[in-house]
Design a protein around this ligand. Structure first.
Ligand SMILES: [Zn+2]
Length: 315
């Protein structure tokens, strides 16, 4: 049985898509972690286990472990709700100590986290480290959201493995939208979309990377809204329903239609009509404790994970 090379989807952090190519013998195999690069990375770090997660950290990150465990519990609860009967295999959660370290490992710059199915790893580079260690609200909030986002990619891949479905059968907007929705659906500040990008341009990794550079678009936010709109229509179970239907040997488009009871083109048309006209930011109040400082209360700033974290990229 030859190895199959898959275009992959290893995913976001800080508004950056961390793309990779990974190898897998067949659907359902669990990749084995611990290649030479990983061993080199982990050998200088401490390790502690929490649930199915092996957390690798240095002394600097030790004060973050408690918050990390709480967030992992939240992420696990949320993903059990989304994916049901989820069987989670072991995963490494690795704290990177510097941008240089995470870049050297991931071969990508300007990221604060990633999920890699190939290496069975969630990587984190905690931002705003000092504020985070002091427990300042907004820094904690952002940290939690990045971790939940990456954890959701992991849980999503585990569910696909269980269903015998392949990650590349799902468009990028679905991967990212589900992760974004998990991380942000219970938060308040989400900006209005600057523009609606045609869904057909949000399918592949290459397209995603290209569109990410577009100033006029926010494809993470759009993908969040796409999932949010589906959930509004059909309930949270729609996410798993689409996955199950697609795994039944359908294309994503067929699986979508079977689960949502409408063509994706029809959904796109309605989505465009609604969000092209909805230019006013949603501005429900965010609990004050979550905010790092009062200026963020202003609706003009809005809030969106990627917007907040993307500054290193977009300046
Ligand atoms: Zn992502």
């Amino acid at each position: 049985m030859g190895k199959r090379v898959k275009a992959a989807l290893v995913l976001l952090a800080a508004g950056i898509l961390f793309a990779a190519v990974f190898h897998q013998d067949k659907a359902g195999d669990i990749p084995v972690s611990g290649g030479p690069d990983t061993q080199e990375l982990l050998k200088s770090k401490e390790m502690t286990r929490f649930r199915q997660v092996s957390m690798y950290y240095s002394e600097r990150e030790k004060p973050l472990l408690k918050l990390t465990k709480q967030t992992l519990n939240d992420a696990a609860d949320l993903n059990r709700m989304l994916f049901q009967n989820l069987r989670l295999h072991g995963i490494d959660l690795v704290f990177f100590s510097s941008p240089k370290e995470i870049e050297a490992f991931s071969k990508l710059s300007n990221i604060t986290g990633f999920y890699s199915d190939e290496t069975r790893m969630i990587g984190l580079l905690p931002e705003e480290r000092e504020r985070l260690l002091k427990g300042e609200g907004f820094a904690v909030f952002l940290y939690e959201r990045v971790l939940i986002h990456e954890y959701t990619h992991y849980a999503f891949h585990e569910k696909l493995r269980e269903l015998g479905s392949e990650p590349e059968d799902y468009p990028l907007w679905f991967h990212e939208g589900v992760a974004e929705w998990a991380a942000a659906h219970d938060t308040a500040y989400v900006r209005a979309l600057p523009s609606v990008v045609p869904f057909a341009k949000l399918k592949t990794d290459r397209q995603w990377q290209k569109m990410r550079e577009e100033d006029e678009a926010d494809i993470y936010l759009q993908s969040y809204y796409m999932i949010d709109e589906l959930v509004r229509k059909k309930g949270k179970s729609v996410i798993l329903d689409i996955m199950k239907e697609t795994a039944e040997g359908h294309t994503f488009e067929q699986g979508f239609k079977a689960a949502v009871n409408e063509d994706i083109s029809q959904f796109e048309e309605e989505f465009r009509r609604k969000y092209d006209h909805e230019k006013t930011a949603l501005c429900d109040p965010m609990p004050f404790s979550l905010l790092m400082n009062g200026s963020l209360l202003s609706c003009a700033f809005g809030w969106h994970l990627h917007l907040a974290l993307d500054r290193g990229v977009k300046g």
